[in-house]
Each structure stands twice: as C-alpha cells, then as structure tokens.
Design a protein around this ligand. Structure first.
Ligand code: TYD
Length: 230
C-alpha cells in the first residue's frame, strides 16, 4: 500500500495540531516513517509567504489571501509532500486546500469556481487520501485559543484572530458541506470532549491506512503520547 497523504482540518482551537503531533509520535514509536508539515508554510518560501499571509498590517481581500496560500501550497507540494510520499513516508499535513475552500471561499466569499481553478494550477487538484475534520462549536474553539483576548489586546494577533464569531460559524458550515460532498475522504472527529477520547477516534479513523501497524481494538489510545495542550 502506498504511503498515505493525510490532512488535518478544523477551526483554530479545534485540537487538530495537537492530535496531528500526537498521531505522528504514536506512528513513529511503532516504526512508521512520518513527515509532519503544515500550511501555509512547510518550506522556506512557504514560511515566508505564511508570515505575509497572517500579518494583518497588510490590507488584503480573500483573493489575495488565496493567491498567497496557493503559491505556498504549490511549493510545499513539489518540495516536500510529493518527495516524502515517493520515499514511502506517510505525510501528516496541518491544513491543505480544504482550508482555502472554507476560509477564503465560504468565510471571505471568494467564488468556489475561482478557488478550484487556482487549485488546479497549484496542485493539479491533488487530494489527500484522508482528511480528519476536527469539529467543535466555534465558541469553544475561540475560547481554547484565546483569540478574543488576543484580538482585544492586539498582541500576537493574526488577521484571523481579528475575525468575529459569524466568520467562524460560516467556516464550520463550509467544512460540513465539504464532508457532505466527499464523505469517503473525510472523517469527522468530535473534538469537543476529553482529549483521550478524541485521540481514540483519531486512531480508529486512520487504522485502515497503516496495515503494518497494530491499532488498539477499541477505546484505549495507549498511554505513551507526549503531553499536549489544547
Ligand atoms: P494555522 O497554522 O492552523 O494556525 P495556528 O498556527 O494559529 O494554529 O493556520 C493559520 C491561519 O490561516 C488559520 O486561521 C487558517 C488560515 N488559513 C486560511 O485562511 N486559508 C488556508 O488555505 C490555510 C492553509 C490557512
């Protein structure tokens, strides 16, 4: 079986990044070779574009955001994701095109057809083998990352921290619509409860992609994961 390309999606504060790192450590401790990466970013050019993209001093709109993030994505795909997969390493990527479809598309109102054309330019419509959507109510996600406080104090604030709740409500709905359109690719993980329960669901949702690894039968996630926050 070819090494899988997995993406982790959800609102900021949904727990996706924590569980991505935890799954990577869990797989590595069982002998799997894993590439952990993120968008926007993942390469030198990608990280440079990420800081431009998140910096709210620049006035942008959804289309400018999309152009930045797809430029980063193409570099990332060519330089990092495809080479890792070719070496037989599983790729665990924090966000991919789905983020653009919901944040710039549903959140900012950029028409989906435009984003899909850009996606074709940037990725040739490369889709992950599996996408885990970490689903929490936007109120919970905002509380977890302290976005509201950050937005109030202005410290370390990105252009997305500055968004109001309705933006995140639209984004969440956008994600759920993507799941309806492609139910075979997505696994929706309720991450509003205790972390251990969420991690068990994460393991169950990827077990079929790692035939050489023994996964827990049910429930127990194993106690060997590193500490985590949020
Ligand atoms: P992320 O790295 O998940 O944030 P953090 O490091 O704070 O956990 O993503 C940064 C922000 O960029 C996030 O608010 C979502 C946004 N984003 C888009 O709007 N479109 C995209 O295509 C991507 C990849 C991210």
């Amino acid at each position: 079986m070819a090494a899988p390309f997995l993406t982790f999606e959800g609102l900021d504060g949904s727990g996706k990044s924590t569980h991505l790192r935890r799954l990577a450590a869990w797989l590595e401790s069982r002998g799997e070779s894993v590439c952990v990466t993120q968008e926007p970013g993942g390469t030198d050019l990608g990280e440079a574009l990420r800081s431009l993209f998140l910096d709210r001093r620049y006035r942008t709109d959804g289309r400018i955001e999309a152009l930045l993030v797809f430029a980063s994505r193409r570099h990332h795909l060519l330089e990092r994701i495809e080479p890792a997969l070719a070496e037989g390493r599983a790729v665990l990527c924090d966000r991919f095109t789905d983020s653009t479809l919901v944040y710039q598309g549903v959140g900012r109102g950029v028409p989906a057809e435009l984003l899909l054309s850009l996606d074709e330019v940037a990725t040739g419509t490369r889709r992950p083998d599996r996408t885990l959507l970490f689903d929490v109510p936007p109120e919970t996600a905002r509380r977890r990352v302290g976005s509201e406080e950050r937005a109030r104090s202005g410290e370390g604030v990105t252009r997305f921290d500055a968004e109001e709740l309705p933006f995140y409500q639209r984004v969440r709905k956008g994600y759920l619509r993507l799941v309806e359109a492609e139910p075979e690719r997505f696994r929706v993980i309720d991450s509003s409860g205790p972390r251990e329960a969420t991690f068990s669901r994460v393991l169950a949702s990827v077990a079929d992609l790692f035939p050489d690894v023994r996964f827990p039968q049910s429930g127990a996630a194993g106690g060997d994961a590193p500490g985590e926050a949020g």
